[in-house]
Every structure is written in C-alpha cells, then in structure tokens.
Design a binder for this molecule. Structure first.
Ligand SMILES: [Zn+2]
Length: 140
C-alpha cells in the first residue's frame, strides 16, 4: 500500500512541519507561502526575508471531503479549505474538528498540530499543521 503520490502538494512543499515559514518582500511587503526567493513584482530590486506566519486567518472557500483518498479514510469527514491568512496570503489546508458540518465562508480558523498520515509500510507517522474552526474561546 502506497499513497505518497496522493499527498497534497502543500504538504510536500512545506519546508518545516512545525512552523509555517514563508517569505516577505522588504520592498513592497508582499508575503509568500510557500516561500519564494524572488518577489515577482520587485524582482532584483527587492529583497525577500524569511517570515513565520501565525497560521490564523479566515476561510475563503472550502470543500467537505466525505470520500477520502486511500490513506485518509479514517479522517472523513474533513474539509479542505483555502484560508486567507492574517498576514495577507492564501494557503490551502485541511480543516479538522467537530465543527466541519457547520463551517462557512468567513469563519476564523487557527492552526493545530495534528497527525497527517501514517505510512502503512514502515509505521511512520507524519505530523503537521492542520486547521480548526476558531470560535473565539479556548475550548475546542
Ligand atoms: Zn516586492
């Protein structure tokens, strides 16, 4: 059983599993995630520096997944959303938690550190960042 090829691009591109590290152009303040080494607006006139994103933001579109690809069956239902981060760029990610059915565009989300998938052949467990609906209180 292998499903490495079905792991979304976002997870494979993520430089750090523990932080959302992107870059920011110091000239025009554009932010990039995944990180870019060159600002497409400023090109060589700009300088990009590493920037860690809070991961907080709001949902701008989403799809609820009820039939999962191989390896993700145990997580259904879950949602894959485009999140507009507070820092000003969009990111795609998985939304988990008990509030999936009640989610809506415009809702706030916050990052959580969760199990991503298990490698069935080798018993490896991958962890990474997912999101949950942020109801504005500390309970989840
Ligand atoms: Zn720039």
């Amino acid at each position: 059983m292998t499903y490495k090829s079905s792991v979304p691009m976002f997870w494979r591109l993520q430089g750090s599993k523990y932080r959302l590290v992107g870059t920011r152009c110091t000239k025009c303040n554009s932010v990039f995630f995944p990180p870019r080494s060159l600002c497409p607006k400023c090109r060589r006139k700009g300088t990009v520096e590493e920037m860690t994103f809070s991961g907080k933001g709001e949902i701008i579109s989403y799809t609820i997944i009820r039939t999962a690809p191989e390896g993700f069956e145990k997580y259904v239902p879950y949602a894959v959303a485009i999140i507009k981060l507070d820092e000003g760029t969009n990111i795609s990610g998985q939304i988990v938690g008990n509030n999936i059915e009640g989610m809506a565009i415009g809702m706030r989300v916050r990052p959580v550190f969760r199990r991503m998938f298990e490698d069935g052949d080798r018993g490896l467990i991958q962890y990474g960042i997912k999101w949950e609906i942020d109801k504005g209180d500390s309970t989840s």
